[in-house]
Design a protein around this ligand. Structure first.
Ligand SMILES: [Zn+2]
Length: 273
């Protein structure tokens, strides 16, 4: 009986250790953490993409933790401009796609704690189902039904003084499937449209689905962006890395607080993600 109890305990310990890699040392706190979010809303039971839905309650717990533990918040553009003098514990909150809940659920929390964020906006985001652009089987998985920010709401976000609007292509394109001319249009015109429509500089870019190659990296640089983020997972020194291939830390709606805490330390909660 006792032997079995010990064996079970050991197995649980091994599982817990594999899942959370709790012994790993924190990455140098001189390197900023760039957190990737999508929606701030409750999960939809039975639907795909719930990892992209972080509940408002969890989001507030995370931002409050950052605030209470001395983290300094910047937009991507600010961080790039000040990369030589960023303080220890710098964090950039980023949201991909342009969901309406970024205004209704995230902004009140950001305001409460004085935190900033960068939102990567798809220009043609209404009534568009990009779920299937990467894998056909994801088509109709529900991202189309999620409310996106209207242009007036984007202005409201900008007026808060806490939000930077970055670009995420015109149509949430899978850049891997496009030729150079089409990629150029998706990457460069999205920037220009944002600048004209919202009277704001658009310096930051995020590759849709995190899919890109050396061709896209060159186009992003030539279009006049100062930086681009990927979905590669990691925490890096902005003074050393390629500013057009910056990795981020994925915050998943499926993470508990311990997973968030570990990701902030090491970029990952476990061995792989
Ligand atoms: Zn996206």
């Amino acid at each position: 009986m006792t032997v079995w109890f010990i064996v079970v305990l050991l197995l649980l310990f091994v599982y817990f250790s594999y899942r959370y890699v709790w012994w790993k040392r924190a990455v140098d706190y001189r390197y900023p953490r760039i957190l990737m979010y999508h929606m701030i809303r409750d999960a939809i039971p039975g639907k795909k993409f719930n990892s992209l839905r972080v509940t408002p309650k969890d989001f507030e717990t995370q931002i409050k933790y950052l605030h209470d533990n001395g983290w300094h918040s910047y937009t991507m553009e600010e961080a790039i401009n000040q990369k030589k003098s960023l303080p220890l514990k710098s964090v950039m909150i980023t949201f991909d796609d342009g969901y309406q809940d970024n205004l209704t659920n995230a902004l009140p929390v950001l305001r409460k704690y004085g935190f900033k964020a960068t939102i990567y906006l798809v220009n043609d985001r209404h009534d568009r189902d990009w779920s299937g652009y990467r894998k056909a089987k994801n088509e109709g998985a529900g991202l189309k039904d999620e409310s996106k920010l209207s242009d007036d709401e984007v202005k409201e976000l900008l007026d808060s003084g806490l939000i930077e609007i970055g670009a995420h292509t015109l149509t949430h394109a899978n850049l891997k499937n496009l030729d150079e001319v089409e990629s150029q249009k998706e990457i460069c015109i999205s920037k220009k449209q944002i600048e004209v429509q919202f009277q704001t500089a658009c310096q930051s870019f995020a590759y849709p689905f995190g899919l890109y190659g050396s061709k896209e990296v060159k186009i992003v640089a030539n279009c006049g962006y100062s930086n681009a983020v990927t979905t590669k997972v990691g925490i890096v020194d902005l003074n050393e890395c390629d500013l057009f291939e910056i990795p981020r830390v994925t915050v998943s709606g499926k993470d508990n607080f311990f997973a968030f805490y570990l990701k902030l330390r090491t970029g990952k909660r476990g061995v792989k993600k």
